[in-house]
Write a protein that binds this ligand. Structure first.
Ligand code: HEC
Ligand code: HEC
Length: 499
């Protein structure tokens, strides 16, 4: 949330507005549907060190974030996203007010340049109705702040992965670039026959995936792989199930020229975009004069994708309060905390209130133990803030076919990579059935059965995949845990494309 007076973003409910000298609303009820932005956690360090100051001084509330779940989930899992963390009292440095506007152009206020990804202002499109006119675009591009590099933090939960952020130094996030990428992402005119956009297979309404076994492209063509999700890409380097695209930018231009996806050529797509003045004006403003080309199309789309992140899930809220409960297990302990460390206690209360409001079921809590623990061992691969090691493993999926898809092997030529695919995130996984690189498994129950059986035996099966000794209840609990990983997406404008 942003203070109307000082235009600073206060992402943690506890932080104070220096001008009002008031706490920001501590009642989550004032934020009806907690969005990623609102419930975001503050991490004072910006991933872009230069602009870290934009965010102001660290707030005391960030200790909640540091005392993150992952640290306590299983000390034996070295890949956990955070360093050790138990709530440590931390003084809240006095905040110095900033001028209400630093806009050089005078009457218009500078849009905030420090944001928590998920903040809806990033995706709401250029104001107005219907197709986007050149006039509207020009007016909006003149808004102070739209071209500033954003200093970003990630929402609670995902914020544990701030150190893994990739790509934004090479291709900084700006509001104008996110908006341009948004338009391109939803624009079917990039395909050969005007029927398919990125969103056809990575649809916000379907968890940024598609509910078909394989991606369905121009003229109903299909390949042999399931559409993975296009969110939380900001924490992901090489793209595709086999990692053949070295960056999101490189990935983004692939589908346009893929004969079974958008079936276009890059040249024709570039000409189409060039032919629309509203696009031309935006490319010029974002990338410089005469800059409509395929690389910049890729950069803009990648920027939009990086901005799409999952908001806090019940698991994340639970994880934020868990360290307090571990360290102060009894009412007496909490009473003492209240007396000795009132600020820290207030943080605890805040975290507790949010966790109570987004509860994890008992089953999901048991599933969490299994997922992180030895018995199911899922975090051997689904680890870190985005629940993936970004590495390639053979689970035996599809290996019973006569000519199996050899996955990573096609990229590296390395024998051991045969049948290995990139570990997908399991955030918001309940929204993106069917599962696996070949879309062969329809439900999470089926997936858990697959793991319980130890995958499908084959010469290259990962050593980390073994038969699991799970009861029916355990299996249900694992599914319940995965469902507790569902967090909100920001609302994204899907129309408002250049006329
Ligand atoms: C016809 C359906 C289809 C269309 C259209 C499509 N994709 Fe995909 N996308 C897929 C499939 C299938 C894969 C997996 C392919 C593979 O791994 O070989 C994929 C992979 C990806 C990935 C990699 C995710 C990861 O986890 O590695 C991203 C990101 C992505 N697409 C974004 C886009 C963007 C951006 C566009 C528009 C320019 C787009 N896609 C258009 C089906 C589609
Ligand atoms: C050895 C690493 C590894 C371990 C251990 C592992 N996974 Fe996976 N997981 C993967 C990979 C790799 C894939 C994709 C495999 C494919 O499509 O061929 C995957 C796919 C999945 C999917 C489907 C995701 C999607 O978008 O299609 C789910 C759900 C899942 N795993 C849950 C679990 C659970 C639950 C456990 C623990 C019981 C677990 N995983 C253990 C690596 C692992």
């Amino acid at each position: 949330m942003c203070c109307v007076l000082c235009r600073r973003v206060f992402v943690v409910l506890l932080s104070c507005c220096p001008l009002l000298m008031l706490g920001c609303p501590s009642e989550p009820a004032q934020a009806p549907a907690p969005t990623a932005g609102e419930a975001g956690s503050a991490v004072s360090e910006s991933s872009e060190p230069d602009s870290a100051t934009d965010l102001g001084e660290p707030t005391d509330a960030e200790t909640v974030n540091e005392a993150s779940p992952a640290a306590t989930d299983d000390g034996s899992t070295p890949q956990e996203p955070t360093p050790e963390g138990t709530p440590e009292p931390e003084p809240a440095p006095a905040e110095t007010p900033e001028p209400a506007t630093s806009s050089a152009t005078g009457n218009q206020e500078l849009l905030p340049t420090s944001v928590v990804l998920g903040d809806e202002s990033l995706y709401e499109g250029i104001p107005g109705e219907g197709p986007l006119t050149v006039e509207q675009v020009k007016e909006w591009l003149a808004t102070p702040g739209v071209h500033e590099s954003l200093s970003i933090t990630l929402p609670l939960g995902l914020s544990l992965g701030e150190k893994q952020i990739v790509g934004i130094e090479e291709n900084p996030l700006t509001r104008a670039k996110i908006e341009l990428g948004r338009q391109l992402y939803f624009d079917k005119r990039l395909s050969s026959d005007g029927t398919i956009s990125c969103a056809s297979c990575h649809d916000p309404a379907m968890g940024y995936g598609a509910q078909t076994q394989f991606g369905v492209g121009v003229e109903g063509q299909t390949g042999n792989r399931n559409s993975p999700v296009s969110f939380n890409r900001i924490l992901s380097g090489p793209q595709f199930w086999d990692g053949r695209a070295e960056s999101l930018e490189a990935q983004a231009v692939g589908p346009i020229a893929n004969p079974i996806e958008m079936a276009n050529t890059h040249d024709v797509a570039v000409e189409t975009v060039k032919g629309l003045e509203a696009y031309r004006v935006q490319f010029d403003a974002v990338f410089g004069a005469d800059s409509v080309n395929i690389d910049n199309i890729g950069k803009a789309i990648a920027t939009f994708e990086r901005a799409i992140v999952t908001g806090p899930s019940p698991y994340d809220y639970y994880a934020a309060v868990k360290p307090f409960l571990d360290q102060f297990p009894t009412e007496d302990d909490l009473g003492e905390l209240k007396e000795d460390e009132p600020d820290l206690y207030a943080e605890y209360e805040e975290a507790k209130a949010l966790a109570d409001e987004h509860p994890m079921s008992e089953s999901a809590i048991r599933g969490r133990e299994l997922f992180f623990g030895e018995k199911a061992g899922c975090t051997a691969c689904h680890v870190g803030a985005n629940f993936t090691d970004e590495k390639y493993h053979n689970l035996g999926v599809g290996m019973d076919a006569e000519e199996p898809d050899l996955g990573r092997f096609a990229v590296t030529g390395d024998e051991k990579d045969k049948g290995a695919f990139k570990t997908p995130t399991v955030r918001n996984i309940e929204l993106t059935s069917p599962y696996m690189h070949d879309g062969s498994q329809k439900t999470l129950e089926e997936v858990v059965e697959w793991y319980a059986r130890g995958g499908h035996p084959n010469e290259w099966l990962s050593e980390k995949i073994k038969k699991l000794d799970l009861t029916d209840q355990d299996k249900q609990d694992l599914v319940a845990f995965m469902k507790s990983l569902t967090g909100p997406f920001p609302m994204v404008e899907t129309g408002r494309l250049p006329e």
